[in-house]
Design a binder for this molecule. Sequence first.
Ligand SMILES: Cc1cc2nc3c(=O)[nH]c(=O)nc-3n(C[C@H](O)[C@H](O)[C@H](O)COP(=O)(O)OP(=O)(O)OC[C@H]3O[C@@H](n4cnc5c(N)ncnc54)[C@H](O)[C@@H]3O)c2cc1C
Length: 486
Amino acid sequence: MSGACDGGAAGGPGALFVPVWSGTDAAVTQNTVEGLANRLRGRVVRPTDADYDRVRAVWNGMVDKRPALIVRCAGTSDVLEAVRHARARGLPVAVRGGGHNVSGAAVCDDGLVVDLTPMRGVRVDPAAGTVRADGGVTIGDLDRETQAFGLAVPMGVVTETGIAGLTLGGGLGWLRRKYGLSCDDLISADVVTADGRVVAAESDPELMWALKGGGGNFGVVTSFEFRAHPVGPEVFFAQVIHAGRDARSALRAYREWAAAAPDEISSFAILWHGPPDEAVPAEHHGAPIVVFAALHSGSPREGEEALRPLRAIGTPIADLSAASSYLEVQRFFDEDYPAHVMRYYWKSRYLTGLPDELIDVLVELNEAAPSPHSTLDVWQLGGAFARVGAQDTAFGDRSAPFLLGIEANWEDPADDEACIAWARRVHAAAAPFSTGAEYLNFPGLYEDADRTVRDTFGANLDRLAAVKRRYDPDNLFRFTHNIRPS
Ligand SMILES: Cc1cc2nc3c(=O)[nH]c(=O)nc-3n(C[C@H](O)[C@H](O)[C@H](O)COP(=O)(O)OP(=O)(O)OC[C@H]3O[C@@H](n4cnc5c(N)ncnc54)[C@H](O)[C@@H]3O)c2cc1C
């Protein structure tokens, strides 16, 4: 689509305001909600509905928010109705793509959730090498459809994640060094704005620029169009496990290897505790380990050759490397991140390097992790990711050679305090080794958000605020890494 179309006046004819609920539902009225429901192709879910608890649940089991209304959108017209309804009644608005953000920003207390979960359409144009995907599509949906044509769009590494939040915040995955961020391949997007219009983002280069890393600040994206690349169906995937006692030497060797690796390879070094898996020798179950995981995006033969030096580091306790289907690699981490049952708190730091002192800190803090499910993930950056200029997209500076993902993952609510405190300890300990910027898709609970936004966007912040002022001057879309309009 192109150009912008006026979505008409807010609210519906004859809408009445008769309060019938109290407490958290005070701002919502039965009959205006009925009016909204009647205008939708999808449906409204309210606290009194039997499936309310299921529908309000997001991936992070720690999040327990109680929206006044959840609008399960079937298409763009439903999104327009939902935004107009919220706006006319002064309700806070949360937007849900895949519902995966650790902060739980996809839902809000007492407000209206624009839930795009039912919007899962994907259409590949193999001749053009492009794919269009609705705002509720998951990475797994997109992968399946694109791989049917031998194509892939760079996305994240867990397939239940929504493409929407991921792309708007950047999008780092197994193809990042070959093809860049998810947002680098974004070529057009339909956006429902705060004033109830549908805008084709590509008709406004500033809006298009802002969507590439600027988060959910500018409206609800109902449809994304991406460039896709030939990948798979088979690739080579390295998975090498080292004992905790060898962690320091293995990580030093990894640092040297990473500096010279070709762009086809995107890798992680993951400090973790051995899972009770038969692939891991029993004496390492529950003990500190380091995993090197790497995908080569070319043919399996090229990949096997190129990944040999990584596999030759030190004396691994297991080497599970093999040719694999790209779809399987994409699902590799899925089982480690169950929805709803586990509790999660994630932060990050872009690193200026991986010096020995930092390796010591990370090894010690991994050993001190209160939960064996928690991980410290060193993401190898560089390559195509780094060749995009700091001002070319809203995402900002890309010069860091590594990103540290700090993942507190645990099961028991009694461990909340200890696990969150551990992640914050790592975050503080890594500060002297960082650029000052953070990956905004791993936002913790958005504590100290203004500072993080300022430090991360740097020189891009004023330009982002100008786009925000034009599209959302009243800051309707604020449950994200919020860019204030002024
Ligand atoms: C298990 C797991 C694995 C992950 N792996 C990766 C990874 O490999 N690489 C990576 O880069 N990130 C990764 N992430 C982080 C992920 O990118 C963010 O959590 C992202 O916000 C998820 O997108 P979502 O649509 O599921 O988010 P949601 O929780 O649905 O939404 C988060 C925010 O995004 C915005 N948003 C969502 N949908 C829309 C829309 N249609 N229009 C406008 N705004 C919208 C809203 O502001 C919303 O508050 C992972 C997260 C999890 C939980």
